[in-house]
Design a protein around this ligand. Structure first.
Ligand code: CP3
Length: 345
Protein backbone atom coordinates (compact mmCIF):
# COMPACT_ATOMS: atom_id res chain seq x y z
CA UNK A 1 0.00 0.00 0.00
CA UNK A 2 2.87 2.31 0.77
CA UNK A 3 3.88 2.08 -2.88
CA UNK A 4 0.73 3.90 -4.08
CA UNK A 5 1.55 7.25 -5.68
CA UNK A 6 -2.04 8.43 -5.34
CA UNK A 7 -3.59 7.02 -2.17
CA UNK A 8 -6.27 9.69 -1.66
CA UNK A 9 -9.05 7.09 -1.71
CA UNK A 10 -7.42 4.86 0.87
CA UNK A 11 -6.61 7.75 3.18
CA UNK A 12 -10.16 9.12 2.92
CA UNK A 13 -11.48 5.66 3.83
CA UNK A 14 -9.18 5.54 6.83
CA UNK A 15 -10.64 8.84 8.01
CA UNK A 16 -7.46 10.79 7.35
CA UNK A 17 -7.42 14.35 6.08
CA UNK A 18 -6.66 14.60 2.35
CA UNK A 19 -5.50 17.54 0.23
CA UNK A 20 -8.58 17.09 -1.94
CA UNK A 21 -11.60 14.84 -2.27
CA UNK A 22 -10.89 11.60 -4.21
CA UNK A 23 -13.16 10.80 -7.15
CA UNK A 24 -14.16 7.73 -9.17
CA UNK A 25 -17.39 6.63 -10.86
CA UNK A 26 -19.34 3.43 -10.40
CA UNK A 27 -19.38 1.44 -13.66
CA UNK A 28 -16.60 3.70 -14.95
CA UNK A 29 -15.23 0.86 -17.10
CA UNK A 30 -18.01 0.52 -19.64
CA UNK A 31 -20.01 1.38 -22.68
CA UNK A 32 -19.80 5.21 -22.57
CA UNK A 33 -16.12 4.77 -23.52
CA UNK A 34 -15.49 4.28 -27.27
CA UNK A 35 -12.32 2.31 -26.38
CA UNK A 36 -14.51 -0.16 -24.45
CA UNK A 37 -17.00 -0.45 -27.32
CA UNK A 38 -14.18 -1.48 -29.66
CA UNK A 39 -13.37 -4.49 -27.45
CA UNK A 40 -17.09 -5.20 -27.06
CA UNK A 41 -17.35 -5.73 -30.85
CA UNK A 42 -14.64 -8.38 -30.75
CA UNK A 43 -15.24 -10.39 -27.57
CA UNK A 44 -18.22 -11.66 -25.60
CA UNK A 45 -18.92 -10.13 -22.19
CA UNK A 46 -17.73 -13.03 -20.03
CA UNK A 47 -14.81 -13.57 -22.39
CA UNK A 48 -13.74 -10.02 -21.53
CA UNK A 49 -14.11 -10.85 -17.83
CA UNK A 50 -12.24 -14.15 -18.10
CA UNK A 51 -9.27 -12.93 -20.12
CA UNK A 52 -6.88 -11.14 -17.74
CA UNK A 53 -5.30 -9.06 -20.55
CA UNK A 54 -8.73 -7.76 -21.64
CA UNK A 55 -9.99 -7.20 -18.10
CA UNK A 56 -6.77 -5.32 -17.39
CA UNK A 57 -7.02 -3.15 -20.49
CA UNK A 58 -10.65 -2.21 -19.73
CA UNK A 59 -9.91 -1.55 -16.04
CA UNK A 60 -7.18 0.92 -17.01
CA UNK A 61 -9.22 2.79 -19.64
CA UNK A 62 -10.99 5.21 -17.26
CA UNK A 63 -7.74 5.82 -15.36
CA UNK A 64 -6.00 6.85 -18.58
CA UNK A 65 -8.92 8.56 -20.34
CA UNK A 66 -10.89 10.18 -17.50
CA UNK A 67 -8.25 10.59 -14.79
CA UNK A 68 -10.13 9.00 -11.88
CA UNK A 69 -8.39 8.47 -8.52
CA UNK A 70 -9.10 4.73 -8.42
CA UNK A 71 -9.37 1.79 -10.80
CA UNK A 72 -12.19 -0.71 -10.31
CA UNK A 73 -11.65 -4.26 -11.48
CA UNK A 74 -13.47 -4.99 -14.74
CA UNK A 75 -15.66 -7.98 -13.98
CA UNK A 76 -19.28 -8.51 -12.93
CA UNK A 77 -21.17 -9.46 -9.79
CA UNK A 78 -22.66 -12.42 -11.69
CA UNK A 79 -19.36 -14.30 -11.98
CA UNK A 80 -20.09 -15.55 -8.44
CA UNK A 81 -23.37 -17.35 -9.32
CA UNK A 82 -21.50 -18.75 -12.34
CA UNK A 83 -18.75 -20.15 -10.14
CA UNK A 84 -21.43 -21.62 -7.85
CA UNK A 85 -22.69 -23.63 -10.82
CA UNK A 86 -25.45 -21.53 -12.41
CA UNK A 87 -25.42 -20.64 -16.06
CA UNK A 88 -25.44 -16.87 -16.64
CA UNK A 89 -25.75 -15.25 -20.04
CA UNK A 90 -25.55 -11.60 -20.91
CA UNK A 91 -28.00 -10.88 -23.69
CA UNK A 92 -27.44 -7.77 -25.79
CA UNK A 93 -29.90 -5.03 -24.80
CA UNK A 94 -31.75 -7.36 -22.43
CA UNK A 95 -29.23 -7.75 -19.63
CA UNK A 96 -28.37 -10.86 -17.63
CA UNK A 97 -30.33 -14.11 -17.97
CA UNK A 98 -30.06 -17.24 -15.83
CA UNK A 99 -31.97 -19.96 -17.71
CA UNK A 100 -32.22 -22.30 -14.70
CA UNK A 101 -32.95 -20.13 -11.67
CA UNK A 102 -33.19 -21.38 -8.08
CA UNK A 103 -36.78 -22.00 -6.99
CA UNK A 104 -36.96 -25.31 -5.07
CA UNK A 105 -34.94 -27.34 -2.56
CA UNK A 106 -33.69 -29.57 -5.39
CA UNK A 107 -32.47 -26.51 -7.31
CA UNK A 108 -30.20 -25.77 -4.38
CA UNK A 109 -28.59 -29.19 -4.87
CA UNK A 110 -27.34 -28.00 -8.26
CA UNK A 111 -25.12 -25.32 -6.76
CA UNK A 112 -22.21 -25.33 -4.34
CA UNK A 113 -19.74 -23.17 -2.47
CA UNK A 114 -16.87 -23.49 -4.94
CA UNK A 115 -13.12 -23.53 -4.49
CA UNK A 116 -12.56 -19.91 -5.53
CA UNK A 117 -9.06 -20.54 -6.85
CA UNK A 118 -10.55 -23.04 -9.25
CA UNK A 119 -13.75 -21.19 -10.19
CA UNK A 120 -12.60 -17.58 -10.00
CA UNK A 121 -8.83 -17.82 -10.34
CA UNK A 122 -9.05 -15.84 -13.57
CA UNK A 123 -10.18 -12.81 -11.53
CA UNK A 124 -7.16 -13.12 -9.27
CA UNK A 125 -4.92 -13.38 -12.33
CA UNK A 126 -6.53 -10.22 -13.71
CA UNK A 127 -5.96 -8.38 -10.42
CA UNK A 128 -2.27 -9.33 -10.34
CA UNK A 129 -1.85 -8.11 -13.92
CA UNK A 130 -3.77 -4.87 -13.26
CA UNK A 131 -1.69 -4.11 -10.17
CA UNK A 132 1.45 -4.59 -12.23
CA UNK A 133 0.21 -2.36 -15.07
CA UNK A 134 -1.05 0.32 -12.69
CA UNK A 135 2.39 0.54 -11.10
CA UNK A 136 0.90 2.23 -8.06
CA UNK A 137 -0.66 5.13 -10.00
CA UNK A 138 -4.00 4.72 -8.18
CA UNK A 139 -5.50 2.09 -5.85
CA UNK A 140 -7.44 -0.86 -7.24
CA UNK A 141 -10.98 -1.49 -5.97
CA UNK A 142 -12.09 -5.12 -5.88
CA UNK A 143 -15.78 -5.89 -5.53
CA UNK A 144 -18.59 -8.38 -5.19
CA UNK A 145 -22.37 -8.30 -5.25
CA UNK A 146 -24.10 -8.37 -1.88
CA UNK A 147 -25.76 -11.73 -1.13
CA UNK A 148 -29.27 -10.23 -1.35
CA UNK A 149 -28.65 -8.72 -4.78
CA UNK A 150 -27.14 -11.97 -6.05
CA UNK A 151 -30.13 -13.92 -4.70
CA UNK A 152 -32.38 -11.57 -6.66
CA UNK A 153 -30.75 -12.64 -9.94
CA UNK A 154 -30.28 -16.30 -8.98
CA UNK A 155 -33.98 -16.72 -8.14
CA UNK A 156 -35.67 -14.27 -10.54
CA UNK A 157 -33.45 -15.44 -13.39
CA UNK A 158 -33.23 -12.00 -14.98
CA UNK A 159 -33.34 -8.30 -14.21
CA UNK A 160 -36.61 -6.93 -12.85
CA UNK A 161 -38.02 -3.71 -11.41
CA UNK A 162 -39.59 -5.48 -8.44
CA UNK A 163 -37.82 -8.87 -8.20
CA UNK A 164 -41.21 -10.20 -7.13
CA UNK A 165 -40.33 -13.86 -7.66
CA UNK A 166 -37.16 -13.50 -5.63
CA UNK A 167 -39.12 -11.87 -2.83
CA UNK A 168 -41.86 -14.52 -3.01
CA UNK A 169 -39.15 -17.18 -2.69
CA UNK A 170 -37.88 -15.53 0.51
CA UNK A 171 -41.35 -15.07 1.97
CA UNK A 172 -42.63 -18.59 1.17
CA UNK A 173 -39.43 -20.60 1.70
CA UNK A 174 -37.46 -18.58 4.26
CA UNK A 175 -35.25 -21.48 5.41
CA UNK A 176 -34.22 -22.19 1.83
CA UNK A 177 -33.60 -18.49 1.19
CA UNK A 178 -31.31 -18.26 4.21
CA UNK A 179 -29.48 -21.40 3.12
CA UNK A 180 -28.88 -19.81 -0.28
CA UNK A 181 -27.83 -16.47 1.24
CA UNK A 182 -25.34 -18.26 3.48
CA UNK A 183 -23.86 -20.17 0.54
CA UNK A 184 -23.43 -16.91 -1.38
CA UNK A 185 -21.91 -15.29 1.72
CA UNK A 186 -19.38 -18.09 2.22
CA UNK A 187 -18.40 -17.95 -1.45
CA UNK A 188 -18.11 -14.16 -1.36
CA UNK A 189 -15.88 -14.14 1.73
CA UNK A 190 -13.43 -16.57 0.11
CA UNK A 191 -13.66 -14.63 -3.17
CA UNK A 192 -12.95 -11.25 -1.59
CA UNK A 193 -10.09 -12.64 0.49
CA UNK A 194 -8.64 -13.97 -2.76
CA UNK A 195 -9.00 -10.51 -4.35
CA UNK A 196 -7.10 -8.96 -1.44
CA UNK A 197 -4.39 -11.63 -1.60
CA UNK A 198 -4.02 -10.87 -5.33
CA UNK A 199 -3.61 -7.15 -4.64
CA UNK A 200 -6.95 -5.33 -4.30
CA UNK A 201 -6.41 -2.25 -2.13
CA UNK A 202 -10.03 -1.84 -1.06
CA UNK A 203 -13.36 -3.63 -1.65
CA UNK A 204 -16.88 -2.54 -2.48
CA UNK A 205 -20.04 -4.56 -1.89
CA UNK A 206 -22.80 -3.71 -4.38
CA UNK A 207 -26.30 -4.17 -2.96
CA UNK A 208 -28.05 -2.69 -5.95
CA UNK A 209 -31.46 -4.04 -4.89
CA UNK A 210 -31.21 -3.39 -1.14
CA UNK A 211 -33.78 -0.61 -1.58
CA UNK A 212 -36.47 -3.12 -2.54
CA UNK A 213 -36.64 -4.25 1.09
CA UNK A 214 -38.20 -2.50 4.07
CA UNK A 215 -35.93 -1.90 7.07
CA UNK A 216 -36.73 -5.20 8.82
CA UNK A 217 -36.36 -7.33 5.71
CA UNK A 218 -33.20 -5.44 4.83
CA UNK A 219 -31.71 -6.42 8.19
CA UNK A 220 -32.89 -10.00 7.87
CA UNK A 221 -32.16 -10.74 4.20
CA UNK A 222 -29.30 -8.40 3.41
CA UNK A 223 -27.48 -6.67 6.23
CA UNK A 224 -26.82 -9.69 8.41
CA UNK A 225 -24.94 -11.30 5.52
CA UNK A 226 -23.07 -8.13 4.56
CA UNK A 227 -22.06 -7.84 8.23
CA UNK A 228 -20.43 -11.28 8.03
CA UNK A 229 -18.55 -10.27 4.91
CA UNK A 230 -17.34 -6.93 6.26
CA UNK A 231 -16.22 -8.61 9.51
CA UNK A 232 -14.23 -11.17 7.53
CA UNK A 233 -12.25 -8.67 5.46
CA UNK A 234 -12.17 -5.35 7.33
CA UNK A 235 -8.91 -6.11 9.12
CA UNK A 236 -7.22 -6.51 5.75
CA UNK A 237 -8.54 -3.64 3.64
CA UNK A 238 -11.13 -0.87 4.05
CA UNK A 239 -14.54 -1.89 2.75
CA UNK A 240 -17.28 0.21 1.13
CA UNK A 241 -20.92 -0.88 1.39
CA UNK A 242 -23.26 0.50 -1.27
CA UNK A 243 -26.90 -0.46 -0.73
CA UNK A 244 -28.88 1.59 -3.20
CA UNK A 245 -32.09 3.03 -1.76
CA UNK A 246 -31.49 1.63 1.73
CA UNK A 247 -30.82 5.01 3.35
CA UNK A 248 -33.10 4.02 6.27
CA UNK A 249 -30.35 1.66 7.41
CA UNK A 250 -27.31 3.94 7.13
CA UNK A 251 -26.79 3.85 10.89
CA UNK A 252 -26.88 0.05 10.94
CA UNK A 253 -24.60 -0.14 7.91
CA UNK A 254 -22.06 2.14 9.61
CA UNK A 255 -22.14 -0.21 12.60
CA UNK A 256 -20.94 -3.12 10.43
CA UNK A 257 -17.44 -1.66 10.57
CA UNK A 258 -17.45 -0.67 6.91
CA UNK A 259 -14.99 2.15 6.25
CA UNK A 260 -17.24 3.75 3.62
CA UNK A 261 -20.93 3.86 2.74
CA UNK A 262 -22.19 4.60 -0.76
CA UNK A 263 -25.29 6.75 -1.01
CA UNK A 264 -27.57 7.52 -3.93
CA UNK A 265 -28.98 10.92 -4.91
CA UNK A 266 -32.32 10.47 -3.17
CA UNK A 267 -30.84 11.50 0.18
CA UNK A 268 -29.05 14.78 0.92
CA UNK A 269 -25.43 14.68 2.09
CA UNK A 270 -26.43 16.36 5.35
CA UNK A 271 -29.14 13.85 6.17
CA UNK A 272 -26.87 10.92 5.21
CA UNK A 273 -24.19 12.24 7.56
CA UNK A 274 -26.72 12.61 10.36
CA UNK A 275 -27.90 9.02 9.93
CA UNK A 276 -24.49 7.43 9.35
CA UNK A 277 -22.66 9.24 12.14
CA UNK A 278 -19.30 10.97 12.01
CA UNK A 279 -16.92 8.00 11.79
CA UNK A 280 -17.68 6.55 8.38
CA UNK A 281 -16.63 7.94 4.98
CA UNK A 282 -19.55 8.75 2.64
CA UNK A 283 -19.34 8.04 -1.08
CA UNK A 284 -21.57 9.60 -3.70
CA UNK A 285 -23.99 10.91 -4.73
CA UNK A 286 -24.42 12.76 -8.04
CA UNK A 287 -27.46 11.63 -10.03
CA UNK A 288 -25.91 9.71 -12.96
CA UNK A 289 -28.54 11.12 -15.36
CA UNK A 290 -27.34 14.62 -14.51
CA UNK A 291 -24.12 13.88 -16.40
CA UNK A 292 -26.31 14.46 -19.45
CA UNK A 293 -26.64 18.15 -18.43
CA UNK A 294 -24.51 20.85 -20.07
CA UNK A 295 -20.95 20.85 -18.72
CA UNK A 296 -21.40 24.25 -17.07
CA UNK A 297 -24.29 22.83 -15.04
CA UNK A 298 -22.26 19.75 -14.06
CA UNK A 299 -19.43 22.00 -12.84
CA UNK A 300 -21.77 24.12 -10.75
CA UNK A 301 -23.58 21.15 -9.23
CA UNK A 302 -20.39 19.26 -8.39
CA UNK A 303 -19.22 22.29 -6.40
CA UNK A 304 -22.52 22.36 -4.53
CA UNK A 305 -22.28 18.64 -3.84
CA UNK A 306 -18.72 18.87 -2.54
CA UNK A 307 -19.60 21.78 -0.27
CA UNK A 308 -22.63 19.93 1.05
CA UNK A 309 -20.43 16.95 2.04
CA UNK A 310 -17.96 19.38 3.62
CA UNK A 311 -14.68 18.03 2.22
CA UNK A 312 -13.78 15.59 4.96
CA UNK A 313 -14.81 11.92 4.99
CA UNK A 314 -16.13 12.10 1.43
CA UNK A 315 -15.37 10.22 -1.78
CA UNK A 316 -16.94 11.91 -4.80
CA UNK A 317 -18.88 9.49 -6.98
CA UNK A 318 -22.20 9.06 -8.72
CA UNK A 319 -25.23 7.76 -6.84
CA UNK A 320 -25.30 4.69 -9.15
CA UNK A 321 -23.49 3.53 -12.27
CA UNK A 322 -22.63 5.86 -15.15
CA UNK A 323 -25.11 5.59 -18.04
CA UNK A 324 -23.94 4.34 -21.46
CA UNK A 325 -25.11 7.51 -23.24
CA UNK A 326 -22.98 9.95 -21.22
CA UNK A 327 -20.53 11.86 -23.45
CA UNK A 328 -16.92 11.19 -22.46
CA UNK A 329 -16.19 14.90 -21.99
CA UNK A 330 -19.07 15.15 -19.51
CA UNK A 331 -17.61 12.30 -17.46
CA UNK A 332 -14.25 14.04 -17.54
CA UNK A 333 -15.86 17.35 -16.56
CA UNK A 334 -17.31 15.65 -13.47
CA UNK A 335 -13.91 14.33 -12.43
CA UNK A 336 -12.11 17.60 -13.22
CA UNK A 337 -14.68 19.62 -11.28
CA UNK A 338 -13.89 17.54 -8.18
CA UNK A 339 -10.15 17.88 -8.70
CA UNK A 340 -10.34 21.65 -9.23
CA UNK A 341 -12.64 22.44 -6.33
CA UNK A 342 -11.32 24.59 -3.52
CA UNK A 343 -13.19 24.73 -0.24
CA UNK A 344 -13.72 28.11 1.37
CA UNK A 345 -11.73 27.85 4.59
O1 CP3 B 1 -17.63 -0.44 -12.22
C1 CP3 B 1 -16.99 -0.90 -13.19
O2 CP3 B 1 -16.73 -0.26 -14.19
C2 CP3 B 1 -16.45 -2.30 -13.04
C3 CP3 B 1 -17.18 -3.33 -13.72
C4 CP3 B 1 -18.60 -3.69 -13.30
C5 CP3 B 1 -19.53 -4.23 -14.23
N1 CP3 B 1 -20.64 -4.60 -13.57
C6 CP3 B 1 -19.29 -4.37 -15.68
C7 CP3 B 1 -20.44 -4.53 -16.58
C8 CP3 B 1 -19.22 -3.69 -12.06
C9 CP3 B 1 -18.72 -3.19 -10.72
C10 CP3 B 1 -20.51 -4.28 -12.24
C11 CP3 B 1 -21.45 -4.51 -11.14
C12 CP3 B 1 -22.81 -4.99 -11.43
N2 CP3 B 1 -23.21 -5.89 -12.38
C13 CP3 B 1 -23.94 -4.64 -10.66
C14 CP3 B 1 -23.93 -3.75 -9.44
C15 CP3 B 1 -23.83 -2.32 -9.79
C16 CP3 B 1 -25.07 -1.71 -10.40
O3 CP3 B 1 -24.93 -1.13 -11.46
O4 CP3 B 1 -26.13 -1.81 -9.78
C17 CP3 B 1 -25.05 -5.31 -11.21
C18 CP3 B 1 -26.48 -5.23 -10.72
C19 CP3 B 1 -24.58 -6.10 -12.29
C20 CP3 B 1 -25.36 -7.04 -13.14
C21 CP3 B 1 -25.33 -6.60 -14.55
N3 CP3 B 1 -24.22 -6.71 -15.38
C22 CP3 B 1 -26.38 -6.04 -15.29
C23 CP3 B 1 -27.77 -5.74 -14.77
C24 CP3 B 1 -25.90 -5.81 -16.58
C25 CP3 B 1 -26.68 -5.35 -17.79
C26 CP3 B 1 -27.06 -3.93 -17.68
C27 CP3 B 1 -25.90 -3.05 -18.02
O5 CP3 B 1 -25.55 -2.22 -17.19
O6 CP3 B 1 -25.39 -3.21 -19.11
C28 CP3 B 1 -24.53 -6.18 -16.60
C29 CP3 B 1 -23.58 -6.07 -17.73
C30 CP3 B 1 -22.35 -5.26 -17.52
N4 CP3 B 1 -21.53 -5.35 -16.42
C31 CP3 B 1 -21.77 -4.34 -18.42
C32 CP3 B 1 -20.57 -3.90 -17.85
C33 CP3 B 1 -19.57 -2.95 -18.46
C34 CP3 B 1 -22.31 -4.00 -19.80
C35 CP3 B 1 -21.91 -5.09 -20.71
C36 CP3 B 1 -21.89 -4.65 -22.14
O7 CP3 B 1 -22.96 -4.55 -22.73
O8 CP3 B 1 -20.79 -4.44 -22.62
Amino acid sequence: MSTLKNDLLIRALRGEKTERVPVWMMRQAGRYLPAYRVLREKYGFFERCRTPELACEITLQPVDIIGVDAAILFSDILVVPQAMGLEVQLIENRGPELPQPIRTPSDLQRIRVPDVEEGLGYVFDAIRLIKQELGGRVPLIGFAGAPWTLLCYMVQGRGSKTFDEAKAFCYTQPALAHQLLQMITDTTIAYLKGQVAAGADTLQLFDSWGGLLGPEDFENLSLRYMRQIVSAVREQVPTIVFAKGAWHSLEAMAATGAAGLGIDWCISPGMARQLAGSRVCLQGNYDPAKLLSPISVIEKEVKEMLDAFGGRGHIANLGHGILPNVPVDHARAFVDAVKNHRFAS
